[in-house]
Design a protein around this ligand. Structure first.
Ligand code: ADP
Ligand code: MG
Length: 686
């Protein structure tokens, strides 16, 4: 077996120039090459009869050439080549462009196999630019041919050839998985799987090959994550919080009753906090399920046990809102809260930093500013990151490093099906708040096309006249936006239109990401104080903002948002006592958009929505897996392969349960696989 680390340049047919192009596809080594899996296949294996072909069909046919090749020059470099071929059912024209050299390759009276696209116009059959070869060969036709995802300026045929050369160079691939697993799960050998994934002899072998490779990929990932988690569980000594500090002191003082789900989660957190090993917990709960109060009560316990707490929020607006809430509820227990956000004056910042360093500030709430190097804590023991999906992996570890193995609570409103959560957050324990507070209102949701604009505006007017407020959300317009695409209005343009044309009598303001933090704050404050009727914004308001008087949300170009995101946005209304509405305005409507909007109007369960979204969009788009720091999958598709995922999860749990360090003889190959995917010199925190 050739060395899989071999530079791609030395594979037959590559060379220096082509190697550079392949590098652009992420292919540097022989191994990268052979794991560059096809995106699709072209079935050239079924030979069809000319008489049975349909217009537009891609097909293989075998036919005898009945005319000599006619080359018609159309100027110096342009030409058309034509022959007529025949099989026992019918005849058809075959046409190429600018390939006069075909003359030497095709002979009247001989039979060839062609693969191309048939066009039938007014009964005239014409096969366009097919590949072809004598029927004694099957290099290009007569078989299933891989289609690779991206090829840049390497031609697809060249990649196919290089791939074949790469496979030939390797010869026989060593088995990487223990035999007992292959047998138990009925998996084909690695050697066969790799070869068949590129050049399957039929679709059954393709399916077997794919199953094997998906299994490997998901299983290795799962094993690695469970191993990480097991390691986290034992070695590190964290903080053991005071058993005599009772969360119920705060709970009993609250103006509302916690839900059963909130109480359960608090119990889990409390028990984690009282243990010596550091807590690493993901708290998942739909928008409005009341995660903040949970964090607050946990923070109370940490502070009263003598530690500082850091709360990391994704936006300034949210940090500010948290600060207000924390002060309101925890202030009376003598707990001091400090805000730290960008946009503070130098003096404000210096004083805040001093109070943080001296320990005078018990709870520090801030944005990214918290991560800066000059922020020193006195005794940081508890870290909360809110809306984790906004933070990169690195950022979490940065804040954690400011304490001494602090307990960590990661909160997210992105509802992730549990199986996926296990993959994405394999190193965390998971708590779920699966119940909304009883006073929560169902948000009536409508999907409408732009045509109904006048009626929508009428409706907005009525709501505002009743004293309510309205959000208008539009998608972020990227500067690199396709110039051909129908022009989208930016938040600024839209706000202008609302202000001057549609609602000149109402107070309209605009909020967008490029504004200064201070301006954003002022506007949000005004909106909270009912000084603004209509707030036009980009998705800056997506996370966390609480304005109970806002009862209406209009989402412009709703088709451009992910469902999970729409659901988050919608969670901004229906927070007060008023009946609330969400109107999804769609510009471009097709079947998928229709289906997606229907899901939004029919369900308000974040988990159901997330699953559907995943189903319709695939996992790639779902939450930008890259952001989560997990390696991208080369072949697995988290939705399509849910069954395999479940299989490997229980297998991995079983194996790690019995042989945590993968030291048993039979599991040694697994250890190798995991080490390859999770090299110990690379820090992986998710
Ligand atoms: P999210 O989980 O989306 O972050 P929040 O923590 O912002 O939700 O809670 C939304 C609102 O619900 C807040 O105003 C909060 O005070 C309130 N709330 C939280 N828990 C309860 C409860 N058990 N009963 C009533 N209201 C609650
Ligand atoms: Mg929140």
């Amino acid at each position: 077996m050739a060395d899989l680390k071999k530079n791609i340049q030395y594979v037959k047919g590559v060379g220096e120039a082509r190697a550079k192009k392949l590098n652009k596809l992420g292919i540097y080594t022989l191994e990268d090459l052979i794991t560059y899996y096809p995106r699709d296949y072209e079935d050239r294996s079924k030979i069809k009869k000319i008489a049975e072909l349909q217009d537009g069909e891609k097909c293989s046919i075998e036919g005898i050439v009945v005319t000599s090749l006619n080359v018609r020059m159309l100027g110096r470099y342009k030409s058309i080549e034509k022959v007529i071929i025949r099989d026992e059912t019918d005849n058809c024209m075959v046409t190429w462009f600018n390939q006069p050299y075909i003359k030497t390759q095709i002979k009247k009276g001989e039979t060839y196999r062609f693969f191309g696209k048939m066009s039938i116009k007014n009964g005239v059959k014409e096969l366009n630019s097919p590949v072809f070869e004598p029927i004694s060969q099957n290099n290009k036709t007569g078989k299933i041919v891989p289609v690779y995802p991206l090829t840049y300026d390497v031609k697809i045929n060249e990649i196919r050839k290089i791939m074949q050369n790469g496979l030939d160079l390797v010869g026989n691939f060593e088995e990487v998985m223990p035999r007992y697993i292959l047998d138990k799960y009925n998996l084909i050998d690695y050697d066969k799987a790799i070869k068949q994934i590129h050049f399957p002899v039929d679709f059954e072998s393709f399916r077997k090959a794919r199953r094997r490779l998906v299994f490997d990929e998901l299983f290795t990932m799962q094993l690695g994550l469970l191993k990480l988690k097991a390691e986290n569980n034992e070695e590190i000594k964290g903080i053991k919080y005071d058993e005599n500090v009772n969360m119920s002191d705060v709970i009993n003082d609250l103006p509302f009753k916690l839900t059963k789900a909130q109480l359960n989660v608090l119990e889990e957190i409390n028990s984690d906090m009282e243990k010596e090993r550091p807590m690493n917990r993901l708290l998942q709960g739909d928008v409005g399920s009341g995660k903040t109060i949970v964090a607050m009560i946990a923070a109370y316990k940490a502070v009263k046990s003598g530690y500082q707490v850091a709360i990391l929020a994704p936006t300034m607006i949210l940090a500010k809102q948290h600060l207000d809430n924390f002060e309101k509820i925890l202030g009376k227990y003598g707990i001091k809260c400090e805000g730290l956000v960008g946009g503070m004056t130098a003096k404000q910042k210096r004083l805040a930093l001093e109070r943080i360093e001296s320990g005078e500030a018990n709870i520090v709430i801030g944005t990214h500013a918290l991560l800066e190097e000059n922020v020193n804590f006195n005794k940081l023991g508890f870290v909360v990151t809110d809306e984790q999906h906004r933070f990169g992996v690195k950022q979490r570890s940065k804040i954690i490093a400011k304490g001494e193995n602090p307990d960590v609570l990661v909160m997210t409103a992105t509802p992730i099906p549990r199986t996926l959560a296990l993959i994405l957050y394999g190193d965390l324990d998971i708590s779920i708040i699966d119940e909304l507070p009883p006073n929560r209102k169902h948000v009536e949701t409508f999907a409408v096309s732009k045509k109904l604009e006048t009626r929508i505006n009428e409706f907005v007017k009525k709501e505002i006249e009743k004293g309510r407020q309205c959000y208008v959300v539009c998608p972020l317009v990227e500067e690199s936006e396709d110039p051909e695409a129908p022009k989208l209005k930016s938040a600024v343009e839209l706000a202008e239109e609302y202000k001057t044309k549609i609602f000149p009598n109402f107070k309209v303001e605009c909020l967008h990401g490029k504004m200064k933090a201070k301006e954003k704050d002022e506007i949000m404050e005004k909106f909270k104080n009912k000084e603004i009727d209509i707030l036009v914004s980009t998705t800056v308001i997506e996370v966390g903002v609480d304005v109970p008087n806002a009862s209406l949300m209009i989402i412009e170009n709703a088709e451009r948002f992910g469902l999970a995101q729409l659901h988050q946005l919608r969670g901004r209304v229906g927070r007060g006592e008023y009946k609330s509405y969400c109107i999804l305005k769609c510009n471009a409507v097709n079947d998928i958009v229709r289906e997606r909007m229907e899901i939004m109007t029919k369900t308000d369960n974040g988990f159901t929505i997330a699953e559907k979204d995943l189903e319709l969009r695939g996992s790639g788009d779902f939450f930008g897996t890259k952001q989560h720091g997990i390696p991208e999958f080369k072949i697995a598709n988290l939705f399509q392969d849910m069954e395999i995922l479940k299989e490997v999860q229980s297998l991995a749990i079983h194996i790690i349960g019995q042989d945590e360090n993968l030291e048993k003889e039979e599991n040694k190959p697994l250890k190798k696989l995991v080490e390859k995917k999770f090299p110990s010199n690379v820090e992986i925190t998710i």
